[in-house]
Design a protein around this ligand. Structure first.
Ligand SMILES: *Cc1c(COP(=O)(O)O)cnc(C)c1O
Length: 446
């Protein structure tokens, strides 16, 4: 489709307009067509788009804070009204009582994670859930005391793991095995991860990775790595912050031990939204160590308020406190959209959108002198919808110039621009417009 760009590569540009022309013409018709034929196009109208300087933005940061669904307001309002009307009785005597309100999230969460209803719950926030599940799944014993993780993992995950190791009275430096890409490479190779697990088999207690790396956008081979970790007697846990709602997951089938996520990124459930957790059913009957609170107590006898913790026989037993209803209401509003759209269909569109973004960037590179490297894997199966660009020269200036043109992307030190075209609400035309602006910005900076 964009092979035309190569033709112009070596021609001397005459005017700015003539330079923009070849790319614009071809991309425009493709993009408008693709949007026209997009079976998911109506979902864009389910969201509010922010404005900047009185104009709508091109929003590419659904990987940081997803947009607000129009129906969220109604979902939250309904709970506020119940509270006003019923007070404490809202816990039992209303439509969707608060007592087990969190269970309504299971429908959407099972769809997104491929879990059984008993294996997923919405609770707390991501880092809290990570700690709670590390309490259960990081149980260093004898020689098996080490945790394997990505070097440069999201800071919260680093701090959680470091402090868990300290909490067990162990030396942090000696008990974290970091996975680092090969010299000159930016992403990890699955084979290297598997080898490293094998090498450390006697000492490995836990492999804890992100499903999709927040910085590079690399989507790891969850089933293969999980299986390998378990084959050497280690647990395998996943931080799905950048994976849930982005790529379809089959956590039950993949035999993942545990997973955690947040809901304000691709799940559009609002700033600081309620997090989630998965614990495989094989641990539900077992006497697994966990920190307990009353909301994890067996549901039918909870209000007998007895001494001695009796866990509910599913992931809900990891709950501590009674659920935060207002953030959960926002979560339900968004989950309903995912059920309606279907994560597999979203993924299909997502691969096309991200592929288009990649082509647009390559076309711009072919036409103007701009030093952009895409560090995200090229293989669609090894990435979600995010592309991370390294801009070697004037990267920050380029990012700021894009911002001034109403493009919302994000900047990660020292030189990475992350862009996430989200299939629920981004369009091919959004990406085409981004390409036009990127090209102008690059010309201006040259
Ligand atoms: C976004 C993100 C977090 C954020 O943690 P919170 O507890 O929700 O603030 C943690 N880990 C990863 C990998 C993330 O992408």
């Amino acid at each position: 489709m964009l092979i035309f760009a190569k033709k112009y590569k070596n021609k001397k540009p005459i005017t700015l307009q003539s330079l923009l022309q070849p790319m614009l013409n071809n991309l425009k018709s493709f993009a408008y067509n693709a949007d026209d034929e997009d079976p998911l196009k109506k979902f864009r109208n389910y969201f509010y788009f922010p404005q900047l300087n009185g104009k709508p933005v091109l929003y590419f940061t659904g990987n940081s804070l997803g947009l607000q669904p129009v129906q969220t307001n109604n979902f939250v309002k309904k709970e506020l009204e119940k509270w006003a009307e019923y007070g404490v009785e809202g816990h039992f005597k209303t439509d969707k009582p608060w007592f087990d309100y969190h269970k309504h999230a299971k429908n959407g969460l099972t769809h997104l994670t491929g879990a059984l209803p008993t294996e997923v719950t919405a609770m707390n926030a991501l880092s809290v859930n990570l700690h709670l599940l590390l309490v259960s799944f990081y149980q260093p014993k004898g020689k098996k005391t080490k945790i394997m993780m990505e070097s440069g993992a999201f800071p919260s995950d680093q701090y959680a793991i470091e402090t868990q190791i300290k909490w067990h009275g162990l030396d942090v430096d000696k008990n974290i095995i970091e996975l680092t890409p090969r010299q000159g490479e930016k992403i990890l190779r699955t084979e290297d991860i598997l080898d490293k697990i094998q090498e450390n088999k006697g000492e490995l207690a836990l492999v804890m990775l992100s499903g999709v790396n927040y910085y590079t956008g690399q989507y790891f081979d969850i089933p293969t790595i999980t299986q390998k970790a378990q084959s050497v007697g280690a647990y395998c846990g996943w931080d799905l912050a950048h994976a849930i709602g982005n790529v379809p997951l089959e956590l039950h089938k993949w035999n993942v031990d545990f997973a955690v996520w947040c809901s304000y990124k691709y799940l559009n459930s609002g700033p600081g939204g309620v997090g989630g957790a998965f614990v495989h059913e094989k641990y539900h009957q077992a006497d697994v160590m966990r920190l307990a609170g009353w909301w994890g107590y067996e549901e039918k006898t909870r209000f007998q308020m007895k001494k001695g913790f009796l866990p509910e026989k599913n992931v809900d037993s990891w709950q501590l406190s009674n659920a935060s209803i207002l953030p959960l209401a926002a979560h339900l509003a968004s989950l309903q959209i995912f059920i309606e759209a279907n994560i597999y269909k979203l993924r299909e569109k997502s691969e096309k959108l991200t592929g288009f973004l990649e082509q647009v960037i390559e076309a711009v590179k072919a036409e103007v002198n701009v030093d952009i490297d895409i560090i995200t894997p090229q293989n669609p199966r090894e990435r979600g919808c995010q592309l991370s660009l390294i801009v070697k020269n004037k990267g920050k200036q380029m990012f700021e110039a894009l911002q001034n043109q109403n493009i919302i992307a994000d900047w990660r030190e020292p030189n990475v621009i992350r862009l996430a075209p989200v299939p629920l609400y981004n369009s091919f035309v959004d990406i085409m417009k981004f390409g036009e602006i990127l090209k102008q910005v690059a010309i201006n900076l040259n």
